[in-house]
Design a protein around this ligand. Structure first.
Ligand SMILES: [Zn+2]
Length: 80
């Protein structure tokens, strides 16, 4: 299942693949892609994920900031 995350501050969006069931925590590689596509600016305070996140059917999903063991941030996607 693909979901679309948005950053309304920069006017960008990115698709990520949910591999498995909700709640699903983005892998480090997926989180890096989300950061790169939605913001990509060092020191920016936009928060990266801002705005509606939706699945392929347009249904809103919840996006919660989460941590990885190595200290870098990721996100957990869940049903809204
Ligand atoms: Zn930014």
């Amino acid at each position: 299942m693909q979901v679309t995350l948005r950053n309304e501050f920069h006017g960008r969006e990115v698709q990520v693949e949910i591999m498995g069931r909700y709640p699903y925590t983005l892998t480090a590689a997926q989180a890096a892609k989300v950061r790169r596509v939605l913001c990509g600016r060092r020191g920016c305070a936009c928060g990266v994920v801002r705005g509606r996140a939706t699945d392929v059917h347009g249904v809103q999903v919840a996006v919660c900031p989460d941590g990885l063991d190595d200290g870098r941030g990721t996100w957990t996607i869940d049903r809204a």
